[in-house]
Design a protein around this ligand. Structure first.
Ligand code: BGC
Length: 748
């Protein structure tokens, strides 16, 4: 007879033996593909189906046709934007997804106390024109993603800014494929350096918000390859995102999440993308079509009209397309697991814990300081070094914080207080009965600009909320300098009808500028705005949505502790008439109340108008003069460029700081090919002490000198003369050179 102790010893020994032999897929010397293969072979069909279909990671009921989410979700902390259960018997952890574009978003919960570092908006990171800054920002968001126990970040917005009214431009990286792809790619690489999966999104041509579930973005393949797709291609090459989120909209009449051309032909075929495609929330419209086109995972199925990748896929596996679907199901699972292995989800799983918000705040501040763009500085009004004994700070809720953008990206910032939230919307529909305007809060990120300015100023600082123009003008008149804060709130799901500052803020600036010539305008906007008061303003700063340390960055730029070096990643038009589409398409169509309303209003958006000529390229092609050109931005010092030479794919030039202060400058190289107008082909940011010069060499991606030939399915560099231009913006020329090139081709 064995006694209990002996049995216990045997059990313990068996456990040790079991622990000593980890599962074969935990062998980190194997490739991610091999590991995914090994574990995939263990999965039952039911388990595979679990991995390809996600829940909304919240306990709210999204679709009344579906049962409430399983208990696991209700109990899951933190609540996520998306949740895919794990397979515990094989050690496959649950996928917990969170947004992303401004920092770790807390979805719609906005629970007090659950805060995250509000990073500058992606558009501001893009304004830094500094890939290192983008990497650092991405790494902070990636770290906080882990710290909150999430393992998938819905980051990497890289849709191009075709329209300065797009409600999500603040989540994206501007209008140029090279700049946007580089910045988004580095942000993804930074995030994934923290052993989580990041997406790139929204694939593809999700370039406006109005009617995003119903519109078809129409443009020929050539133009798409040279613009929106090129931005994704560059971002994917640089960042290697574990997942790509397909977009809500249709592209050339086919929904992006069931678009064989986008998913199978281009992404997985031409680009050889090895990760998985997840749908946007509510972006799936079919089972067999989507699965065979290349969708790998249905996100938050409650947002879709049917349980497409759940019960419907299970049924379809037994139907006429069963064999093809089975092969796809195996491949979907392989791709998901492969990305989990590549990004360390098995080897270094996220463990919730406190975040180092001090260190993360320092990165947020560095990014804001590099991205804020000085647009005007008449008679050296800035920096405010001396003589400002009395400073008037006016408007823009500058006494509570800096504005942030709304929607799924909304972050509850570190230091949040109820007094920093202002309710907006709530009418259900806008004035013309179209777009839905939900009741929600505009969130202001602390600290306040007022506090930050007081911390820097030597003189007295007074605040006027700007609601009474006469009073604001009087406050400005009695001050040495007036700093007017103005704002334009943007959110996901809604485009603005115009580029005008809302609520009489133009009149406020005009009144203040009339009362005091030393008026500085600080813009907190998610997009370019018109500036009818520009001639009368002494100085103008564009800060976009600058995040948790934005106010500190603004104050340090105003008082000269930081020399501004941001450059515009998007053209500022003078008026809507200059745009390819003066009215946002679909604006006057009555949209259904929700995605499940059967009578959809399908409509087309004609992007053939500008094709690949987005932003500055459109302005150049149409010979239009913008208010501020792409690439523009001032400094407190001056620079000179010269010595431009191009040899093969290398371009080099000299840059010298000719002023009295240390500063950073962005050398921008534009090239006109024999068959197309100018485009940005290289850029580099350098820091120079007064009098210092540097010789810079950059490499040019040959695709930027080529045109896409859809018939031959390749990039073609045409034989002929290429003119290269070096400048401080798309509209300034410091040096030019012409180089003859022979014809060549590049495989996509
Ligand atoms: C947005 C995505 C976001 C997702 C999850 C969607 O509405 O378009 O960008 O990642 O929601 O919150």
């Amino acid at each position: 007879m064995f006694n209990r102790t002996y049995l216990g010893t045997i059990a313990a020994l068996m456990l040790v033996t079991a622990q000593a032999e980890p599962a074969p897929w935990m062998n980190a010397t194997l490739s991610a593909d091999q590991r995914a293969e090994l574990i995939g072979a263990q999965l039952t069909r039911a388990e595979k189906l679990v991995l390809v279909r996600g829940y909304f990671g919240d306990d709210v009921i999204i679709n009344p046709h579906y049962p409430p989410p399983p208990d696991a979700i209700r109990k899951a902390l933190p609540r996520a934007a998306g949740y895919i259960p794990g397979i515990p018997r094989l050690g496959i952890q649950a996928q917990l997804e969170t947004d992303a574009s401004l920092g770790v978003s807390n979805q719609r919960h906005m629970r007090r106390g659950d805060t995250a570092t509000a990073l500058p908006a992606t558009l501001l990171t893009a304004s830094s024109w500094n890939p290192d800054i983008a990497f650092q920002v991405g790494a902070v968001v990636g770290q906080e993603t882990r710290d909150k126990g999430f393992n998938i970040l819905l980051n990497g917005g890289v849709d191009l800014a075709r329209d300065p009214r797009n409600g999500r431009n603040f989540e994206y990286a501007g209008e140029d494929p090279l700049l946007a792809g580089t910045i988004a790619g580095e942000a993804i690489r930074g995030a994934q350096s923290r052993h989580i999966i990041s997406t790139a999104k929204h694939y593809a041509v999700n370039d406006q918000e109005i009617g995003r579930d119903w519109l078809s973005a129409n443009l020929p393949e050539k133009a798409m390859r040279e613009s929106d797709l090129l931005a994704f291609e560059i971002a994917i090459e640089r960042g290697a995102p574990g997942s790509i989120m397909c977009a809500y909209n249709r592209v050339n009449a086919v929904y992006a999440c069931e678009n064989d051309f986008l998913l199978s032909k281009v992404l997985k075929g031409d680009w050889n993308y090895p990760g998985y495609v997840m749908s946007d929330w509510g972006g799936v419209h079919s089972t067999t079509k989507a699965a065979l086109a290349g969708l790998d995972q249905e996100s938050a199925f409650e947002f879709d009209r049917d349980d497409y990748f759940g019960s419907a896929l299970n049924a379809a596996l037994n139907g006429p397309d069963g064999a093809a679907l089975q092969a796809r199901l195996d491949n979907m699972v392989h791709r998901i697991l492969r990305s989990m292995f590549v990004n360390g989800l098995f080897d270094d799983p996220a463990v919730a814990g406190p975040s180092d918000v001090e260190a993360h705040g320092a990165v947020a501040q560095a990014a804001a300081e590099e991205g804020i763009v000085l647009l005007k500085n008449a008679r050296g009004l800035l920096p405010l070094v001396a003589g400002a004994k009395r400073i008037a700070v006016i408007g823009g809720h500058a006494d509570i914080g800096v504005l942030s953008g709304g929607g799924s990206a909304q972050v509850m910032p570190v230091g949040n207080e109820p007094s920093q939230e202002i309710l907006v919307g709530g009418s259900g529909q806008d004035a013309s009965g179209n777009a839905r305007v939900p009741l929600e809060k505009k969130i202001y990120d602390p600290p306040s600009p007022l506090a930050a300015i007081k911390a820097e100023a030597r003189g007295k600082v007074v605040f006027d909320d700007g609601s009474d123009f006469a009073h604001a003008a009087a406050t400005a008149r009695h001050a040495d300098v007036a700093i007017v804060f103005v704002e334009r709130w943007q959110r996901e799901g809604i485009d603005t009808p115009d580029i005008t500052l809302p609520g009489n803020q133009d009149a406020l600036i005009a009144a203040v500028a009339k009362a005091n010539k030393r008026t500085i305008v600080v813009l907190e906007t998610g997009n370019p705005v018109a500036m009818p008061w520009l001639d009368n303003a002494g100085a103008v700063l564009e800060t976009w949505y600058p995040g948790n340390r934005g106010a500190v960055a603004i104050a340090r730029i105003l008082f000269g502790k930081v020399n501004p070096s941001g450059r515009l990643p998007i053209t500022f038009p003078q008026s809507l008439e200059q745009l390819p589409r003066p009215v946002v398409p679909g604006r006057d169509l009555r949209q259904p109340d929700n995605r499940w309303t059967p009578n959809e209003t399908l409509f087309d958006v004609d992007y053939t108008i500008e094709g690949a000529d987005i932003g500055y390229k459109w302005f150049a092609a149409k010979k239009l003069k913008p208010l501020f050109p792409f690439g523009y931005g001032l400094s407190y010092t001056t620079f000179s460029f010269g010595g431009l030479s191009v040899s093969g794919s290398a371009v080099s030039f000299d840059v010298r700081n000719t002023g009295l202060r240390e500063g950073k400058v962005v050398g921008q190289i534009y090239a006109a090919t024999p068959v197309a107008g100018e485009r940005l082909v290289a850029f580099g940011k350098v820091e120079l002490k007064p009098g210092e010069s540097k010789h810079i060499t950059l490499s040019i991606d040959p695709r930027l000198l080529a045109s896409f030939d859809p018939a031959a399915q390749m990039w073609r560099v045409a034989a002929g003369d290429y003119s290269f231009r070096l400048g401080a913006s798309s509209a300034e020329t410091s040096a030019t050179t012409t180089v003859h090139m022979e014809a060549s081709t590049i495989k996509p």
